[in-house]
Design a binder for this molecule. Sequence first.
Ligand code: BG6
Length: 511
Amino acid sequence: MSTTITPAGVTLGAATTNERVPEPCIVVIFGASGDLTKRKLLPALFHLEQSGLLPQDFSVVGVARRDLSATFGPDMKEGIIAGGGVEESDPKLAPFMEKVQYFATNFDDDEGFEKLKSYLAELDEKFQTKGNRLFYLAVAPEFFADIIARLGKHGMAHPAEGSNSWVRVIIEKPFGTDLESARKLNDDVNAVLSEDQIFRIDHYLGKETVQNILVFRFGNGIFEPVWNRNFIDHVEITAAESIGIEGRGPFYEKAGALRDVLQNHVMEVLSFVAMEPPDSFEAEAVRTEKLKVWRAIEGIPVEKTSRGQYGPGTVGGKEVAGYRQEERVNPESQTETFAAVSLEIENWRWAGVPFYIRAGKRLAKRVTEVTIVFKQPPLHLFKGNGSNGNVEPNILSMRIQPDEGIALRFGAKVPGPTTNVAQVNMDFSYSDSFGKSTANGYERLLLDAMLGDATLFAHRDGVEATWALFTPILEAWAQQKMDFPNYDAGSWGPQESCDLLEKEGRAWGKL
Ligand code: BG6
């Protein structure tokens, strides 16, 4: 049973009222030969162009080690068409592609950086981009600090003296691998750039549904009064993927589920669910509230965590290999492909409300969801269809992806001469209400960085706060050898993750 909520007066594709177009600039992507540039960044930039949100005077320069000057343009065009859902005949495509350039250099080559500097100056003349630069580091993390140091050394990290142009740098994840490395990276980066030039990206913050958590909570009057320990029993956040590691063995072996997804994407989502209303939707105000949430989390004892690694199994009707059989993975690997943690936020709003968070690969299906489970009414007047004959709790599900939407589950009287209660859903679906979107989340983040708005980017203190929480867990895990694999591909993870909730009289909701 479901009711679709349709928005009043939404015009599909209409521009919103507060859109701004950035100043002329060059976007310089280091690591442009990687997948991200073709699959996400170029399609996102072209989507901005289609919506009239890129400046007229603009250029994109891909930088990588190999000489790809002959193939880069056509390759990016293919990415925009295939990955961005764009028609080849789109009249804006050919003029946009003329602005896409390529420059080859090694990341440790001083001469190459000097030439890059002159090349960008030439492009400034050609495209009237006024010295404004957005550097995007889509490279392996070991190159972050070196590239930034070299930008500094060759006078590219700051605008020319006396000019009112700007230089900003987007840094991809992972930002460190534990507290110490994150601090070191912050120090190295801050030695060259001021904090307001740095945009640490977490692509989850580009997702409409993640941003909508704040709109849902603070753009409506009716939810905030119940958004606290008086009404909420517990919160679950799941980031489940059905895919495995997709050939990224060497990267994943060093990362694992906690570092790869829990410490960043899931903690960002958690902060939006849990934070106090900020004074404004400005970077400083939002970051302050997020930080307060992370800092209010008590140290997480290792007994409140669970980790797993998938063995062979069946996903979506297909038999798949176990993690240890994946390419370039140690056959005795101790890397976790699943991580779950139970934590508490010790503040007046949340004390006593457990937050159960989990992330994993090769799970039963791809679903990222926030589930808010409300407390039961004080008296059960009616017989329900819950397992014990009681009415089930109200549940608010925020579906981050796929099938984006929000559902509120509540009890309703089943028609008939007796008073029986059944659970029904009031369901808002993004695609039903707003149409399907080809946006991939990077549009908003790239646009914001070009505009200098860091609201949806991680701050130095925030990164260190989340690492401070998870580093002790990683250290404790490193001391205890696991009997992996401990879950089948295609399941919902190891039994211990269910035990985490069972010990507290709860169970993961069905997704
Ligand atoms: C990335 C991780 O940051 O996020 C990947 O490195 C993961 O391992 C991906 O698959 C998930 O992103 P999304 O947008 O598909 O949920």
